[in-house]
Design a protein around this ligand. Structure first.
Ligand code: AMP
Ligand code: ZN
Length: 110
């Protein structure tokens, strides 16, 4: 999708340092971190949100990358967040999983 900032990151049109890349997904640090560790895992293909993911493979590609990345970083405990829709806090409409660690998180979330 031409207008999507995360598609531009995938294509290298917006410079970003990938902390992980495979055939299907990339991960990079969040610009505005909410924890000492805060990175985003995104599929290379454009899906607007979780509602638009249409194959089990796409879910698996995204979520199976996460423990590989955290293991590489030596992280055992972390929070994952997927905001779906503006009222849920989604601001970038290319699905992404937030992975945060390095501080205590509270629950329930606000
Ligand atoms: P969300 O509000 O769930 O849609 O999350 C979007 C996230 O993308 C926010 O945490 C932003 O800080 C982050 N973000 C936006 N632009 C960039 C960028 N160019 N590089 C890294 N993270 C970004
Ligand atoms: Zn996109």
């Amino acid at each position: 999708m031409t207008d999507c900032i995360f598609c531009k990151i995938v294509k290298g049109e917006i410079p970003s340092k990938f902390i992980y890349e495979d055939e299907k997904v990339v991960a990079f640090n969040d610009l505005n971190p909410q924890a000492p560790v805060h990175f985003l895992v995104i599929p290379k293909n454009h899906y607007e949100s979780l509602n638009d993911i249409d194959t089990k493979e796409a879910f698996a590609d995204i979520f199976s990358a996460i423990p590989k990345i955290t293991a590489k970083l030596g992280i055992k405990e972390y929070r994952t967040v997927v905001n779906t829709g503006a009222s849920a806090g989604q601001t970038v409409f290319h699905i992404h999983v937030h992975v945060m660690a390095g501080r205590k998180f509270t629950w329930p979330a606000g």
